[in-house]
Ligand binder design. Structure first.
Ligand code: J2J
Length: 541
């Protein structure tokens, strides 16, 4: 039995195999290869702990053996929520080894997101951290059991009880070898998270074949090698830092990953200096902070060769400062958990690197830039991005209605981004049509937050829109029509927190208005709301 998903048509699958993109090998080959070629090489640094490739493999095999002995395997799924620690990678490989497909939730996710994922995948396994607020007592685990009656095993990082201690299950060898095998390479390996624009967060099935190709090709574009020392400071499960080329790319190349809890500059500078890190993947808001803090710390960054910036729009003025102030090359990355990833190349002219978000990984990435009627727009003009290719998914997990809306009949995925393409195929991201807020790289689906606000008894109408922010690029503002005046924003924040939504989705600002502006067809006119933010009312006080 396998996890169901929307497959590529056979003709395209054949093409991707013929071109050597799909190797029909599981993602575990990344680790297997290093265990053959350089078992004792340093693979992972986490605080004071250091792991060789053989060590990662040994720990992952221990866990795989125990899980396999419980009967977990193909067709099963796992809900995983770990902070940025070595265990994230070890668990990921352990699950791949026995063909259990995980969802790697962000550590900032709370009850609402975790429940939504559990409802969709019906996990048989939960792996989380005791120190996370959701798992400090048994309440939420009880809720998860009722959402997913199949839940057979819970393992917690930082737990002492032998039955549920992730630490012990990793450390103690069980059976000499696990009986499990990875799923077939053209089956689902794991689920990636969608930034989302709908009421419930959607899941993206990723196969071994498609993900492995994006990792291999990315590692080549970024010229990773066994000498690479990579800083993993963004949430480890995020598609960008996992695969573009990310930690998997580094493992593929035989290099070393250094874990950081977050991108906070001084902590990262200390890690860079101590471990001779040469490459870091960051979001624009983190780079802006690094640029602010770097004067006086330049020496700590001497080993840095490349900073990647992606996940949100990076202002050209800041891009130009990177080489001079941080003393390293810049690479822009425009990607999405659904698939397509674009990079500026390491030998591109400065102008391209400063002013574009790069070009696709693969000659077989098909990119259309189209107008509202689906007609190609000329080079240089703005249009909607649509794409299909050897590592771009073909459908959200069990979401046929939503898939109808975001794919065309030829299987092109409409990402909701507005882009311009140059004659050489370089893309510039100039806006978006999806109803989403990009808060420093963290994506917020407006509809999700609006629905939660509407659950408050005093709220009649709600609309969440982006407002510009000097550091994060965008923050969120909730416009509300309330039943009566005097509803304090603190009560609304409290209401949202009580719903169990992740903190980054809480509106940064609340504005109460008497009536919502409407479009001619009667929908809330978000453009008018955004304009109101640009023209704040004159205060009389
Ligand atoms: C503007 N907008 C960008 C960029 C992503 C590599 C890099 C990023 C992601 C990612 C990723 C942008 N400039 N450079 O998965 O592998 C916005 C677009 C896009 C959405 C995808 C990767 N880079 N974006 O950010 O799934 O709107 O993936 O559609 O989180 O982020 O978000 P996400």
């Amino acid at each position: 039995m396998n996890v169901d998903f929307v497959r590529w048509p056979e003709s395209l699958a054949q093409r991707y195999r013929e071109r050597g993109h799909w190797l029909d090998q599981p993602l575990t080959r990344i680790l297997d290869q290093q265990c053959r070629e350089r078992p004792d090489a340093l693979a992972l640094i986490c605080g004071e702990r250091r792991f060789s490739y053989a060590e990662i493999d040994r720990l992952a095999s221990n866990l795989a053996a125990r899980l396999s002995a419980l009967g977990l395997g193909h067709g099963d799924t796992a809900l995983v929520q770990l902070p940025n620690v070595a265990e994230f990678h070890i668990v990921f490989f352990a699950l791949l080894k026995i063909g259990v497909a995980p969802v790697n939730a962000l550590y900032s996710h709370r009850r609402l997101e975790m429940s939504a994922y559990a409802r969709q995948i019906q996990p048989r396994l939960l792996i989380a951290a005791r120190r996370h607020e959701l798992f400090s007592d048994e309440t939420f685990m009880g809720e998860l059991r009722s959402i997913s009656p199949a839940l057979a095993q819970v393992l917690l990082l930082g737990e002492t009880s032998p039955d549920t201690s992730l630490d012990l299950w990793l450390a103690e060898g069980g059976a000499p070898s696990h009986g499990g095998t990875p799923t077939r390479a053209d089956e689902v390996a794991f689920f990636q998270l969608s930034g989302g624009s709908t009421g419930t967060p959607k899941l993206i099935p990723r196969t071994h074949n498609d993900y492995d190709y994006s990792v291999r090709a990315s590692a080549e574009i970024c010229r990773l090698s066994p000498q690479t020392r990579f800083l993993c400071a963004l949430p480890a499960g995020h598609n960008y830092v996992l695969s573009s080329p990310g930690t998997l790319g580094v493992f593929h190349a035989g290099g070393c990953v250094v874990m950081a809890a977050n991108p906070e500059p001084l902590g990262c500078f200390a890690l860079i200096e101590r471990h001779g890190i040469d490459m870091a993947a960051l979001v624009p808001s983190a780079v802006a902070l690094w640029l602010q803090v770097v004067p006086g710390h330049e020496a700590a960054l001497r080993s840095l060769r490349l900073i990647q910036v992606g996940g949100a729009s990076f202002a050209e003025a800041l891009a130009r400062q990177v080489p001079e102030k941080l003393g390293c090359a810049l690479q822009q990355v425009f990607g999405m958990a659904e698939g397509l990833v674009n990079y500026t190349r390491l030998d591109d002219a400065d102008e391209l690197v400063f002013t574009t978000q790069g070009r696709p990984i693969s000659p077989d990435d098909e990119v259309k830039v189209v107008d509202e009627e689906g007609r190609d727009v000329p080079d240089g003009e703005t249009g909607m991005l649509a794409t299909r290719g050897p590592y771009t998914f073909r459908g959200y997990y069990r979401s046929p209605e939503h898939n109808e809306k975001v794919f065309d009949v030829d299987g092109f995925y409409y990402s909701g981004d507005l882009v311009q393409r140059s004659a050489q195929g370089y893309l510039r991201v100039v806006g978006r049509i999806k109803d989403q807020i990009n808060r420093g790289g963290e994506k917020i689906a407006s509809e999700e937050v609006e629905n939660l606000l509407l659950l408050h008894p005093e709220v009649m109408q709600a609309a969440l829109v982006a407002m510009s922010d000097p550091l994060l690029g965008e923050k969120s503002c909730a416009f509300l029509v309330a039943r009566k005046p005097g509803l304090p924003p603190s009560a609304l924040r409290q209401h949202l927190i009580a719903q169990g939504v992740a903190e980054y989705k809480l509106p940064d600002r609340f504005r109460f208005i008497d009536t919502m502006p409407l479009t001619p067809v009667g929908k809330i006119d978000k453009n008018r709301l955004r304009q109101q933010l640009q023209n704040p009312p004159v205060s009389l006080s």
